[in-house]
Ligand binder design. Structure first.
Ligand SMILES: [Zn+2]
Length: 1127
């Protein structure tokens, strides 16, 4: 496309060649380039000099991140709020006292406009804010968007919440009150304003804390501290008693047990309480009485709970009426309707615990962002522009920075100094999905072919020509924005500048105007200076007894023929260039000669598995069109040949080595697909022992089963990487496979593992075929090397993902497909300048599916700041979660689970404390103030801590745990977001006319109604929970039976019924599946059935299986930690 003219006038200085194009860097992995400067080294990274001023794109900092929404009421939270009604008000008044507010729904409404000062904090024992005040920037400084939310009183986002359920959201402010009311139940309360008088109520809340105390139960650390917390919170004056009593019933006892036990379970929390952390006086609250499962007792619709302690109107908070008491009563049997509950108003009792509805809601954040950015173009012409959330549907228009689909930063405004960043503890890094699929209405990076001269690069740092390079001297030279070095423009690339100093061909050359583009690479970028051959796919099939008997072999062979039609090809190709080959194995290897001239495939057996060699050179790898009949014949014969096998032992090491040998013999890169069923125990290289002991999971010794038992597989994997051989495994285990060990082959080679436990062709065949199809046809690049360059002052340090590194700078990827993300941590080398900003260029040298060598370039420019507030305003929470998750998983085999949790908790608290100190205006320490862009940090970090990937205990198998860890390690931001905060969609009240997905619901059992049906998905699996009191018509329409009890729970499939409800429900399931990378298995869960506890463990706002804290508890704990840090 963009052919440069090739003129060679030597006019301007030196001809390319020499250093610019230096020697082929390339060659491959093994060559590890010597980084740094070497001119030769194309990949070298040099940082020297100062950043050029390059013309950074508009310097305007984008204001606020996504929150575009109406900033919470006033700009400056705390203070400002006083006037507002509802939620906001609180801050003023009561809130000061602290968190207590959460709990109480009622409080909010208090429209009081009490100035903070008024707060009698003292009374409550809460340390007066005074100490810290000075710190914060003056309110004025606070950008509007920063709406920090003071949770205490007001949940920040009015808007959002309401939308979900309750009252119409109108303008926020005014309605604020309602907003919070959100949940119908609360409404009554909310409205009424319990004025300042409520204060007392707060107390109650306080008490809650106590109960909460133990929140983070399993989180080891806190226990101690917890104890104290309460104290501080507790208003001295308050009658002690109340508080204790008030213990929110629900909260109090971590009824974890109860929760899972099924709603029915009422009684006191089951023994589970034991959790370590629980120092909390269990006493505090009567254990949840009503079997309210979930933590927060009241709302439970489902459980038939009663409303909030509604019943007995306890005297406002004051009395400290034991809210608990109230609760328990309520719970007891009142199956009050929401409405009912609501009524009890204000007078009522108050606050027993935090009202979950008032805590920052991811649903609201997602919906707000959709409202602001949904279906809009996102134009990348500004430096440091924070993109829409991954959950928003938007269209990217590349105008100089790469699409956020390719690269997302955790922070779009980098602190100028290392100290600032360190103080904040906000992780600085990138999540790169270099081959992410673009939307149909967006364009893919265009390809630039500079012919034999190759791409233009900076002489010193070897950065590639990009929009930030600044042309000077009439266009004869350009200054590098990464290293500041000035390089002569090669004559064939010369162009005059316009009056703005911009090249006249600015819009004609992608490398001058776009954030993402590709260059055709010359032989200098190829191994041995030789253009590569097209890649190959090798299918290696385990034909031992288990694989044949479970139906995998017959199914695969029957379908593979069709799947091969889906081999990836470029748009102008009629047939894919990818060649294919087949191997079957048990304790020996069977290669097949598919030479098109043969009438029948020929089998060649290799039984010397200690030194695998390639038995045939010609005829093993063939193009589909050249050997169609022979391939068909082979696929028909394999199931027959091994139908009666008695071989139960299998091997794996020699299989991988054979695939590698075959690719090497063909001198091409490629991927091997291994279909395997059991632990490789046959006498052969890579033989493994069964060392499984799932009881260790979750304990300090878990690393014993989560780290590889031998280095054999990682060594083989490294050899694979050097040859551009990537490995994907499809596993069909009935028992332990030791994924921690064999999975390394996939993670190191840029591959992936797919796993189907207890596979049967009937129930899992569809899923397996879907995954395999996608794996075969998805966009992919081979034999790649990625280098991340940054402008002076920062540098990439560590990398996470399915990759290999033999030196500190080159990321080696035997392959990388559109679904894989790589995280890069960035550190300071020096001080940054606000004016110049910071630049990042990601260059990926790779081989296309057609065998062309190319360079894919992604550029991103970021802002730099001297004010913490600026950084906090431009954080990308979902990317931060992705990076923290991968950093934490890396530690699993080095540290204890407790230590890992502590690090996360501490990081979260430090970040929030830093914000509080530097950005929030003076306020009472009793208030919890969160930065708008990171208000979900507590929720998400808690979800991460409780996730099966990080904390899966003996409830899951060792292999499942390893598999999850490996899966998360390669996730992009959209995948990690839904994995850590699953999507819960109500299906019982659908708008049958609509075509989009219904608005999701918060992940808590409190939101499950007994007359509801919900779809839950986390990108890996999918569940439909069916309440026992669902409308019979709905059940009839979807399941063709009269009541939930009659539904065939084990079917895993929705019936194809011809009525609007059935069609709509199936449409939703299909749409959700389409959005994810894997085919999610669907499981039905009927309320109170045995699977319910498992289903509920995905409801990450509730307490976890193993004692993990609920959102409410965690937030309280976080608040306490922050207060401790402030003090
Ligand atoms: Zn440079």
């Amino acid at each position: 496309m963009y052919n440069p003219q090739a003129g060679q006038s030597m006019g301007y200085g030196q001809p390319p060649g020499g250093q610019n194009y230096g020697p082929p860097p390339v060659s491959g992995h093994s060559m590890g380039y010597q980084q740094q400067q070497q001119s030769m080294n194309q990949y070298g990274t040099p940082f020297s000099g100062k950043p050029a001023m390059g013309q950074p794109p508009p310097s305007k900092a984008p204001m606020g991140g996504y929150n575009a929404g109406p900033p919470p009421p006033t700009g400056q939270p705390m203070h400002g709020q006083q006037n507002q009604n509802g939620p906001y008000t609180n801050s003023g008044g009561p809130s000061s006292q602290g968190q207590q507010y959460y709990g109480q729904q009622q409080q909010q409404r208090v429209p009081t406009s009490i100035p903070n000062q008024r707060l009698p904090q003292a009374q409550y024992g809460v340390p007066p804010a005074s100490s810290q005040p000075s710190r914060g920037p003056a309110p004025s400084q606070l950008p509007t968007q920063m709406s920090e939310l003071s949770i205490s009183g007001q949940p920040p986002l009015p808007t959002g919440q309401q939308q979900m359920r309750g009252p119409p959201p109108p303008s926020n402010t005014s309605q604020a009150p309602n907003a919070y009311a959100g949940y119908s139940t609360n409404q009554p309360y909310s409205q009424g304003a319990v004025p300042s008088s409520n204060a007392p109520g707060h107390w109650a809340a306080t008490s809650q804390h106590q109960s909460m105390g133990p929140p983070p139960t399993n989180m080891g650390p806190q226990p101690t501290s917890m104890g104290q917390a309460p104290a501080s919170m507790a208003p001295p004056s308050m009658a002690g008693p109340p508080s204790s009593m008030s213990g929110p019933p629900s909260m109090g006892p971590p009824p974890s047990g109860g929760a899972y036990m099924g709603t029915q379970q009422v009684g006191p929390p089951s023994g589970h309480m034991g959790q370590p952390g629980m120092s909390g006086p269990p006493s505090s609250g009567p254990p949840m009485a009503g079997g309210v499962t979930p933590g927060y007792g009241y709302q439970q619709t489902g459980a038939g709970m009663v409303g909030p302690g509604s019943t007995p109107p306890s005297p406002g908070m004051g009395g400290g009426m034991p809210a608990g008491a109230a609760m328990s009563m309520g719970s007891a049997g009142m199956a009050a309707s929401h409405a009912g509950m609501m009524q009890q108003p204000q007078t009522q009792a108050p606050q027993r615990r935090l009202d979950p509805d008032q805590m920052p809601s991811p649903i609201q954040v997602i919906e707000d962002d959709r409202r602001t950015h949904g279906n809009q173009p996102f134009t990348t012409n500004q430096r440091g522009q924070v993109p829409p959330l991954v959950t928003t549907d938007f269209r990217v228009v590349d105008q100089g920075n790469c699409s956020p689909r390719f690269v997302r930063a955790t922070v779009y405004n980098i602190p100028c100094t290392q100290d600032m960043l360190k103080q904040s503890q906000v992780p600085l890094g990138l999540v790169i999905t270099p081959f992410a699929e673009v939307k149909p209405n967006e364009s893919s990076p265009p390809v630039v072919d500079n012919g034999a001269n190759g791409p233009i690069r900076c002489n010193r740092c070897k950065a590639y020509m990009c929009p930030y390079m600044q042309f000077i001297d009439g266009g004869r030279r350009f200054q590098c924005n990464f290293c500041n070095c000035i390089t002569e423009v090669p004559p064939e690339f010369f162009q005059h500048l316009d009056h703005m100093g911009r090249r006249l061909d600015y819009y004609d050359r992608p490398e001058l105007s776009l954030g993402s583009y590709e260059f055709v690479a010359t032989t200098d970028y190829c191994k041995n200076n030789k253009l590569p051959n097209p890649p190959a796919f090798i299918f290696m099939i385990d034909v031992t007894y288990n694989s044949v008997k479970n139906g995998m072999v017959p199914l695969l062979c029957h379908q593979l023929h069709n799947l091969l039609e889906r081999l990836p090809k470029e748009t102008d190709q009629e047939e894919s260039s990818i060649r294919v080959g087949f191997v079957t194995y048990d304790k020996t290897l069977h290669f097949y000669n598919l030479n098109g001239a043969l009438a029948q495939p020929q089998m060649l057996v290799v039984s010397d598995i200690n030194d695998v060699f390639m038995p045939l050179l010609d005829g093993f790898l063939v193009k589909l069109s050249e050997a169609k009949l022979v391939i068909d014949s082979l696929l028909e014969q394999i199931p027959v040949m091994f139908r009666d096998t008695r071989e139960t032992e299998t091997m794996l090491g020699p299989v991988i080595e054979a695939g590698l040998a075959a690719l090497k013999a063909a001198d091409c890169a490629g991927k091997i697909f291994i279909f395997h069923s059991s632990l490789p125990i046959a006498e052969a290289p890579g033989r493994l022992k069964n060392r499984d002991d799932r009881k260790l999971l979750g304990s300090d010794k878990e690393k014993l089963v989560l780290q590889p038992q031998t280095t054999y597989y990682s060594k083989v994997a490294q050899n694979c990487v050097a040859a551009g051989c990537s490995v994907d495994m499809f596993l069909f285990p009935n028992a332990y496979l030791d994924l921690a060990t064999i999975g390394q082959v996939c993670t190191i080679t840029g591959g992936q593992c797919f796993k189907y436990n207890y596979f049967t062709a009937a129930s899992d065949g569809e899923r397996f075929l879907f995954d395999l199809t996608r794996d075969i046809e998805r966009p992919i690049a081979f034999d790649a090397i990625m280098r991340v360059r940054t402008s002076t002052g920062i540098r990439p340090t560590s990398f996470h993902g399915n990759l290999y590194m033999s030196n500190t700078t080159d990321v080696e990827l035997a392959s990388i497909d559109c679904d894989k993300a790589i995280d890069v941590e960035i550190k300071h080398d020096d001080k940054l300048q606000e004016e110049s900003g910071a630049f990042i260029q990601i260059a990926l040298l790779y081989t296309t599916i057609r065998g062309q060598r190319r360079l894919r370039i992604h550029n991103l420019s970021l802002n730099c700041c001297n004010q913490m507030a600026d950084m906090f305003r431009s954080c990308e929470m979902d990317s931060i979660l992705n990076l923290i998750a991968k950093q934490s998983l890396d530690q699993v085999i080095h540290a204890t689970p407790k230590a890992i949790r502590e690090v996360i908790i501490n990081q979260c608290a430090t970040i929030l404390t830093c914000y509080r100190k530097n950005c929030a205006s003076p306020s009472s320490p009793g208030q919890l103030i969160l930065p708008e862009c990171m208000k979900l940090l507590p929720l998400y970090s808690n979800s991460l801590i409780k996730s099966d990937a990080l904390s899966g205990g003996s409830d899951i198998t060792t292999d499942d745990r390893s598999w999850l860890m490996q899966s998360v390690n390669a996730m992009d931001v959209a995948s990690s977001h839904v994995y850590f905060y699953p999507r819960l969609l109500p299906l019982h009240n659908l708008d049958l006319e609509a075509t989009n997905l219904p608005v999701s619901t918060r992940c808590t059992v409190d939101k499950l109604q007994e007359d509801g049906v919900y779809l839950l998905e986390n990108g890996i699996s999918m569940y439909i929970w069916i309440g026992l009191h669902v409308n019979p018509d709905w059940v009839q329409n979807v399941f063709s039976v009269q009541s939930p009890a009659q539904i065939d729970i084990d079917s895993g499939k929705l019936l194809q019924l011809d009525n609007p409800t059935s069609i709509r429900v199936r449409g939703i399931v299909e749409q959700v599946r389409k959005e994810r990378q894997r085919y999610m298995k669907l499981t039905f869960v009927r309320q109170r059935d045995t699977l319910e506890p498992w289903f509920k463990h995905f409801l990450c706002e509730d307490k976890g299986f193993n004692g993990g804290a609920s959102y409410v508890d965690y937030l309280c704990h976080m608040h306490k930690e922050i207060r401790n840090m402030l003090n």
